[in-house]
Design a protein around this ligand. Structure first.
Ligand code: SF4
Length: 348
């Protein structure tokens, strides 16, 4: 049984041995050990771009969750292998929308509104949902570029179907001037669309999915933080519910949260509503400020499934020509999925 230092050393040795043939990417929500070993750390958009731009690495080890490795596989060349160290690292939100459900919803919405539809999906979605969007002229978005892509979608005078995160969809559409009363919800279970305004006033239909990590953050957490830390500013991720985002002092993507604290004056206080590994790192990197987490339960168990053991195992597998951890998106899905990713990358 190796101790932590021995595992770190072995991983670093394999990295050195493989040089540019090996690329390790880590999402911001990974733990510090994994981040310390990564060639690049970033949010999903940054990592997607790193994967797409790298034309040297034969092996891309993606320390994150399954949909991210799928995206990397879609954007890399056929000769590049993408591997996910923690096989069971899925994303419950991505799993809240599958192709069959999306196709059913499409038919329901066509009948309900009798108007052209345009699908837009958060990159935190399965490859077949990205392909669904790509095949219908739609796009992906990240939390960082959602307003830009949504503006493009809304300008087409079609009803936008936003999958799978209702909160990101609602927060972004509101930022662009759409009132909540003009947003409908698609209920996956009943296969019905719910809205209160006249049908012709519906601008966007929100899929009823959510990220449990951010969905669990409430206005009560904000009120408690304001009471105990009245001098602190509160910033949250747009995967948080609408009323939480409205009650906060600011909101934005992971990069926004990082940079807002980084660029703040020394001595200022910040309460950050997002995943705990990220908040802990922001705190450690800003020792001249006070940084607190809004909800101490904001833990993504799936992001935490990557560890030194399965990372080392993945690298040793590569040495042994064992690619059982490879994530491969089938050609027909990849062909349509890349269209929705390219639309986003061209717009942003
Ligand atoms: S933090 Fe939320 S959206 Fe991200 S992987 Fe975890 S469950 Fe999915």
């Amino acid at each position: 049984m190796l101790n932590k230092e021995e595992k770190l050393k072995k991983i670093q040795d394999i990295k050195k041995e493989y040089g540019e043939d090996l690329l390790i990417l880590a999402h911001h929500y990974q733990n510090n050990d994994i981040v310390s070993l990564a060639d690049y750390t970033g949010d999903s958009l940054k990592l997607a771009k790193y994967a797409q731009e790298n034309k040297k690495a034969k092996y891309v080890v993606f320390c994150g969750v399954h949909f991210m490795a799928e995206t990397a596989d879609i954007l890399t060349e056929d000769w590049q292998k993408v591997l996910l160290p923690a096989g069971g690292a899925g994303c419950p939100m991505a799993d809240m929308a599958n192709l069959a459900e999306a196709e059913t919803a499409w038919e329901v919405l066509k009948i309900e509104f009798d108007k052209d539809l345009l699908p837009v999906t958060y990159v935190n979605s399965r490859a077949d949902i990205k392909a669904f969007c790509g095949s219908k002229g739609g796009s992906t978005v990240t939390s960082g570029n959602a307003p830009k892509v949504m503006e493009w979608a809304l300008s087409q005078n079609k009803i936008v179907l936003f999958l799978p995160d209702r909160h990101l969809g609602e927060n972004t559409a509101y930022e662009l001037g759409i009132e909540p009363k003009n947003m409908a919800i698609y209920n996956r279970k009943t296969q019905k669309v719910e809205y209160e305004c006249p049908k012709e006033d519906v601008r966007i239909v929100l899929w009823d999915g959510y990220c449990h990590v951010h969905h669990a953050i409430t206005v009560k957490h904000i009120e408690q933080a304001r009471n105990s830390l009245p001098e602190a500013k509160i910033i949250v991720h747009p995967e948080c519910p609408f009323d939480v985002v409205r009650a906060a002092d600011g909101y934005g993507s992971t990069e926004y949260l990082i940079n807002t604290v980084k660029n703040a004056p020394a001595g200022s206080s910040w309460v950050v509503g997002t995943e705990s590994n990220l908040v802990a790192r922001v705190k450690a990197q800003n020792t001249d400020k006070q940084v607190y987490i809004l909800d101490t339960h904001s833990v993504c168990t799936n992001m935490n499934k990557t560890n030194l053991d399965n990372l080392l195992e993945t690298l040793e597998d590569i040495k042994n020509n064992n690619f059982s951890k490879q994530v491969k998106v089938s050609k027909d899905i990849a062909e349509d999925a890349v269209k929705s990713l390219d639309t986003m990358l061209e717009l942003c």
